[in-house]
Write a protein that binds this ligand. Structure first.
Ligand code: ATP
Length: 221
């Protein structure tokens, strides 16, 4: 067996998670089982560099909500890597650091279809896509296409849409596309709904424990 075959498969899911919702959670759980991952880490950003106009809720609150919903999940946890830097950070730098932190493991960077379609706004986007494995999850309302990326990136694409069985990751780094999760839900809509309607039933969109946290700390009002 080669070293690469023995490597653990570790996923990192970057985002703002403001707040974490059932779409994010279902992505984590589904990908752990679909790709037989050893661990899955939510990676909340201090402030996404490609979203300069939207100031997120304090990282403490976003981290707390993520911790609450992952505490009973043995393979799913929250990484403070980006929050610890206390300023906005490029995914390129984070992925480069992760590669040095886990030199013998295989890193899967996870994003939704909207991020994929926006990828060219990311700093050193082509290098980001070629640095590690990636998993792109489809998202209702976002058509996925491949024509906006370079040939080097296109050559890495493995389109698994339509497949639901377990996926054995290929030997070399790839960019996997899956539609195994389909949730029409967005954190922006959740924040807007809470702001506009006190009586909004948030438990449809966020786990109960997050709904309680939002209530207790009067977030998004
Ligand atoms: P917002 O609506 O405020 O942009 P969001 O719901 O997209 O928030 P983020 O924290 O910005 O949440 O997203 C983190 C990652 O999760 C991104 O890569 C995004 O594409 C992905 N994502 C979020 N919601 C979904 C969803 N319903 N289906 C697939 N991917 C999603």
């Amino acid at each position: 067996m080669t070293e690469r075959n023995q490597a653990r498969k570790i996923a990192f899911f970057g985002g703002t998670f403001d707040p974490v919702h059932i779409g994010h959670l279902s992505i984590a759980k589904t990908l752990v089982s679909l790709f037989d991952l050893q661990s899955f880490h939510f990676l909340p950003a201090f402030h996404a560099p490609h979203k300069p106009n939207s100031k997120p809720t304090s990282g403490y609150h976003r981290f707390a909500m993520l911790s609450l919903v992952t505490n009973d999940e043995s393979k799913i946890s929250v990484s403070t890597l980006e929050l610890d830097h206390a300023k906005s950070r490029y995914s390129f730098d984070t992925l480069t650091e992760l590669k040095t932190m886990y030199p013998h493991d295989r890193i899967f960077f996870v994003m939704g279809a909207d991020s994929w379609m926006d990828i060219k706004t990311w700093h050193r986007w082509e290098e980001v896509l070629l640095l590690t494995d990636h998993i792109v999850v489809s998202r209702p309302g976002y058509e996925v296409s491949f024509s906006h990326v370079t040939e080097a990136v296109q050559n890495r694409i493995v389109d698994l849409r339509g497949e639901t069985g377990n996926i054995s990751a290929m030997k070399d780094p790839k960019i996997y596309f899956t539609d195994a999760v389909h949730f029409d839900i967005s954190a922006t809509e959740i924040r807007e709904d809470i702001r506009e309607d006190d009586a909004f039933d948030r438990t449809d969109d966020v786990p109960d424990v997050v709904a309680k946290y939002i209530e207790k700390y009067e977030l998004y009002r």
